[in-house]
Write a protein that binds this ligand. Structure first.
Ligand SMILES: C[S@@+](CC[C@H](N)C(=O)[O-])C[C@H]1O[C@@H](n2cnc3c(N)ncnc32)[C@H](O)[C@@H]1O
Length: 217
């Protein structure tokens, strides 16, 4: 997706993907991934997801990466918190204690940036990208996170073909994208009914949501 596409979504507040509350899969399955650890978490394409406050409350230092400055500002302002802003290239960093949002392009990250990270939370990051960019995304993620890093990945797969984000990502595609470098455990398949709010709004036929636990070898 072009950067302009996302800047326009944020400028027009067309952010139907934003849940405004902690994601249920994160809530239910994070403990089985992370146990009681307070290891650092990387959140790619993070938006202004409340999930990062939830993870931070559990003691995890966080780095979220997000293109939109609107999202980064809103994230702190809407929680009534102030972030210190460190302008820079390729990222302007918004920091509040151990919770940092890096405003810039995910593809500009280098391994040194994430060398302390042991956990990744991907909700609506992989599925935000069109088919042609997904392999590039996974290859870059794999290049910048340390070996042994664990990922909680949430995907969805509607029965209708979708031509704008969120895109369908089948379980088979997850196996293809991650199979070479990760141990993969498919932990949840959840049916999305035809009358689910998002499906109805977009005129979609229901499908499935999946949750995976991945470990980088
Ligand atoms: C579908 S939204 C999901 C946001 C968040 N994960 C959530 O669950 O609410 C995808 C986000 O990725 C951001 N984004 C898209 N391409 C990006 C890139 N190359 N680098 C950083 N952020 C990007 C967009 O601005 C958007 O906020």
């Amino acid at each position: 997706m072009e950067h302009e596409f996302w800047h326009e979504r944020w400028a027009k507040t067309e952010i139907g993907f934003h849940e405004g509350t902690v994601n249920q899969f994160l809530h239910d399955h994070w403990p089985t991934l992370a146990g009681n650890s307070t290891d650092a978490v990387f959140v790619p394409l993070c938006g202004k997801a409340h999930d990062m406050w939830w993870l931070s409350d559990r003691g995890h230092p966080i780095i979220g990466v997000e293109l939109s400055e609107i999202a980064c500002k809103d994230f702190f302002e809407e929680a009534g918190e102030k972030a210190k802003v460190h302008p820079g290239e390729p990222f302007t960093k918004f920091a509040h204690d151990d919770l940092e949002l890096w405003c810039g392009d995910f593809f500009q990250l280098v391994p040194d940036d994430l060398k302390h990270v042991r956990l990744v939370y991907d909700r609506a990051a992989l599925i935000a990208l069109p088919p042609t960019m997904r392999k590039q995304y996974v290859d870059h993620l794999t290049a910048v996170i340390p070996d042994g890093t664990k990922i909680l990945l949430v995907t969805l797969d509607y029965k209708t073909r979708i031509t704008a984000p969120p895109f369908n990502v089948s379980d088979e595609e997850v196996m293809e994208l991650y199979g070479e470098d990760y141990d993969i455990e498919h932990i949840v398949t959840n049916t999305i009914e035809n009358d689910h709010l998002f499906a109805k709004r977009r005129g979609l036929i229901g499908g499935t949501e999946s949750v995976f636990r991945l470990v980088k070898r």
